[in-house]
Write a protein that binds this ligand. Structure first.
Ligand code: ADP
Ligand code: TRP
Length: 322
């Protein structure tokens, strides 16, 4: 049984890119009988940038609802909020005292954030230590992450092996799992879809708003009658990600045949999204309107997570004399 663990940022409502690039592949991985998955919402990390309480609560709810709607099995696996197992903060403090200052000062993500953000707080600086605690507190073996998190994983491993070297075998050394095959989903302007570019497709909104969102996809001004090049079109790029082979071939011939406008292509894409995500959208609505059910599932995960965390923490305290 391999223990897989990953943290999910609660930085906003998940969009189509998050679903296809992160949530659905992680859920696929969690279905493997050989794996036991610990997926948690990194709501303590979010305090480094999000200070408004209600915004954080709303983000946590929408992220949790999206994972449940996409079919994450919370009985086979563990699903919890990082902040609800506060022993992670205790471990993070211990680890802080074993983390060389230059290791943190040289982190790419800290350098990048401290250049961009006006609020450069100490939490941003020690972000990787809390992340190491997230992983080491549960004896995680594999950590699926995006390429941007590679250095953070190396730091977690270095901190763990430094500690083991000094005190003997205490922590499991975690390994990053970086899936190079996951594609980047384009946004409505053709750049990578991202909350920070304001170019997302939000599938968790009403049909009417979703349709409007799809209609906003940027296209050129080739007149309706003329043939069009599907390979340079943002609508086709998304259609290609979602459609089956026959649908894609038909759409390609519509573009190349002429007398088929971008409005038609957008309508077809909208219908495809509604069709493909109908069930997921319905379940999302259900959880958002029944938050007590979502809360119950999270609390169950949190109880199980806390009892595992306690055992690991005891092991650590014993080594360092607390
Ligand atoms: P955003 O860029 O919208 O802020 P995050 O950085 O919070 O998204 O990403 C959360 C997860 O979703 C990460 O695993 C990331 O790799 C994945 N993801 C985000 N945008 C895309 C995209 N356009 N295509 C594929 N995966 C994406
Ligand atoms: N830093 C990760 C991100 O930005 C989120 C995260 C927090 C995480 N703790 C983690 C990921 C532990 C993996 C393991 O996406």
């Amino acid at each position: 049984m391999a223990r897989i663990l990953t943290g999910i940022q609660s930085s906003g409502k998940p969009h189509l890119g998050n679903l296809l690039g992160a949530i659905l592949p992680a859920i696929e991985l969690s279905k493997d009988e050989k794996n036991e998955s610990f997926f948690f919402i990194a709501d303590l990390h979010s305090l480094t940038t999000i200070k408004d309480a209600q915004t954080r609560i709303d983000n946590i709810n929408s992220v949790a609802a999206a994972w449940l709607a996409c079919g994450f099995d919370t009985e086979k696996n563990l699903f919890y909020r990082q902040s609800k197992v506060p022993s992670v903060c205790e471990l993070a403090w211990y680890l802080n005292c074993y983390t060389p200052f230059p290791m943190l000062a040289n982190a790419h993500s800290f350098k990048d954030k401290s250049d961009r953000l006006s609020d450069v707080n100490a939490g941003l600086f020690t972000y990787p230590v809390l992340m190491a605690a997230d992983i080491l507190l549960y004896d995680a073996e594999f950590v699926p992450v995006g390429k941007d998190q590679k250095q953070h994983l190396e730091m977690a491993r270095d901190i763990a092996s430094g500690f083991n070297h000094q005190y003997g075998e205490t922590f499991v050394l975690p390994e990053a799992r970086i899936d190079e095959n996951i594609m980047t989903i384009p946004g409505i302007d053709g750049q990578k879809m991202s909350k920070s570019y304001g170019n997302t497709i939000d599938i968790f909104q009403t049909d009417k708003k979703l349709r409007k969102n799809v209609m906003q996809i940027v296209t050129d001004s080739t007149p309706m009658e003329e043939p069009k090049n599907p390979d340079s079109c943002n609508v086709f790029a998304l259609y290609k990600v979602l459609g089956n082979e026959a649908q894609i071939a038909e759409m390609r011939s519509n573009y190349e045949g002429g007398n088929y406008g971008y409005g038609h292509a957008k309508q077809a894409l909208y219908e495809l999204i509604v069709d493909r995500f109908g069930d997921i959208r319905e379940k999302y609505e259900y959880y958002i309107n029944n938050l007590e059910e979502l809360e119950k599932k999270l609390q169950e995960g949190e109880q199980r997570a806390a009892s595992i965390a306690d055992q690991v923490l005891k092991r650590v305290r014993a080594k360092i004399g607390y």
